[in-house]
Design a protein around this ligand. Structure first.
Ligand code: PEP
Length: 227
């Protein structure tokens, strides 16, 4: 079971240090923290497993605002999220660029959490399966360091959560196409974590809002550890 905290554009070095000094993950669950770029060095110094939120597909070059695998590895970062829906929605990320980021990061020795999931309009139009298949195929073959996060876009930061049955169904589809662990993401909170995580095809969670407070994130990690 893996629980990942996506801090998005929250927590500079000071808040990062304070959170991680007071955070003790329970035994029996893998935990990774994904702070913003400027807090990575501080986060790595805490000894917790740290991922970036994005990574480029070239080793270096004229790519203003991007970060390379080389830089992340030098910082001691262990992996990266790629293809998050907020990157797709606001920064022009496509299936193709998400796939390039994922493959390059894996080749460079980073672990990858690759995000995918349908929008509300796509779900209502009955396109969920097609969207998941298309986004997944852009990521290439399975890899020992690749994890998928199924994050229905309509459930991210909205307080709407996929039902356990919806998560189980989508994860089952993903696992039938690519044999890798699949995390669920979308308004995971302490009070719904155990039910979602107890689904057979749910291998963990990617947590946004509820990962920003030590108490709520610890409660989610404890729910995972108790399963
Ligand atoms: C996310 O950012 O990946 C996410 C799932 O956010 P939230 O938990 O706030 O919905």
């Amino acid at each position: 079971m893996l629980i990942a905290a996506n801090w998005k554009m929250y927590k500079g070095p000071g808040e990062t240090r304070a959170f991680l000094a007071g955070f003790e993950p329970p035994e029996g669950v893998g935990v990774v923290i994904c702070p913003p770029f400027g807090s990575l060095e501080t986060a790595v110094a805490s000894g917790h497993a740290i991922y970036a939120q994005n990574v480029h597909w070239e080793d270096e070059g004229a790519f203003t605002g991007e970060v390379s695998t080389k830089i992340l590895l030098e910082l001691g970062v262990q992996g990266s999220i790629v293809g998050h829906s907020e990157r797709r929605q606001y920064f022009g990320e496509t299936d193709e660029t998400a796939g390039k980021r994922a493959r390059h990061a894996l080749e460079a020795g980073l672990e990858v959490i690759a995000c995918l999931g349908e929008t509300e309009a796509e779900r209502e139009a009955g396109e969920t399966e097609d969207v998941v298949r298309r986004q997944l195929s852009a990521l290439g073959p399975p890899h020992a360091n690749l994890v998928i996060a199924y994050e229905p876009v309509w459930a991210i930061g909205t307080g709407k959560t996929a039902t356990p049955a919806q998560a189980q169904e989508a994860h089952g589809l993903i696992k039938s196409l690519l044999d890798v662990p699949v995390l669920y993401g979308g308004s995971v909170k302490p009070d719904n974590a155990a039910e979602l995580l107890s689904q057979g095809h749910v291998d963990g969670a990617l947590v946004g809002g509820a990962s920003l407070e030590v108490e709520s994130f610890t409660a989610i990690c404890q729910a995972a550890a108790s399963l």
